[in-house]
Design a protein around this ligand. Structure first.
Ligand SMILES: [Zn+2]
Length: 185
């Protein structure tokens, strides 16, 4: 089966607020599996369901995975929520839905995340550094927020112009604007 395409800015579906998952069905489990496949294929270290067009509160992550062939330690979190946060950290972020762009974003340095796993059991993790950044980035997706919504207006508008130009070129020449570089979230 073909992999699900990742929606890209400025697709309006990325701005929707996703709904909590009421029941973990086989369909949800299959979606999580699809999302992991997409994430490793891109490659990225995190993916939220709205990025593949499903407006539900489901995220997958693997922040230790660095390259093809290395060991995978994926997590799937249903209805993730940040219940505690502390400190600040600035990280150079990228996103599979925001092609060809990275920018420094300030976020909480340490977060405690709660949710459920695919068996419906409680999930809880305290995360720091990249992992804390990744949780915040993915949960933002569930609220229709992209990392470019958290940078200065000037930087954002420069990116929006660049992206519009790339999309115009793409539609004129039928070319792919290219994949993001680095580790996208
Ligand atoms: Zn993202």
């Amino acid at each position: 089966m073909a992999l699900r395409p990742v929606l890209q800015f400025p697709d309006p579906r990325l701005k929707r607020v996703s709904k909590p998952i009421a029941k973990i069905t086989d369909e949800i489990r299959a979606l999580a599996q699809d999302m992991l496949e997409v994430m490793y294929d891109e490659p990225g270290i995190g993916l939220a369901a709205p990025q593949v067009g499903e407006p539900i509160r489901l995220v997958v992550m693997d922040t230790t995975w660095t390259e093809e062939g290395s060991e995978r330690s994926p997590i799937v979190v249903v209805n993730p929520e940040i219940v505690e946060r502390e400190g600040t950290i600035t990280w150079n972020e990228g996103c599979l839905s925001v092609p060809d762009f990275q920018a420094e974003v300030e976020r909480s340095g340490r977060v405690r995340v709660r949710g459920f796993d695919l068996e419906g059991l409680p999930f809880e993790e305290e995360a720091e550094e990249l992992r804390a950044v990744c949780f915040q980035h993915e949960i933002d997706h569930l609220d229709g927020v992209l990392f470019i919504d958290r940078i200065s207006r000037l930087k954002r508008s420069l990116y929006v112009q660049k992206r519009k130009k790339a999309l115009r070129r793409e539609s004129e020449e039928g070319e792919d604007a290219g994949a993001p570089s680095g580790r996208a979230l």
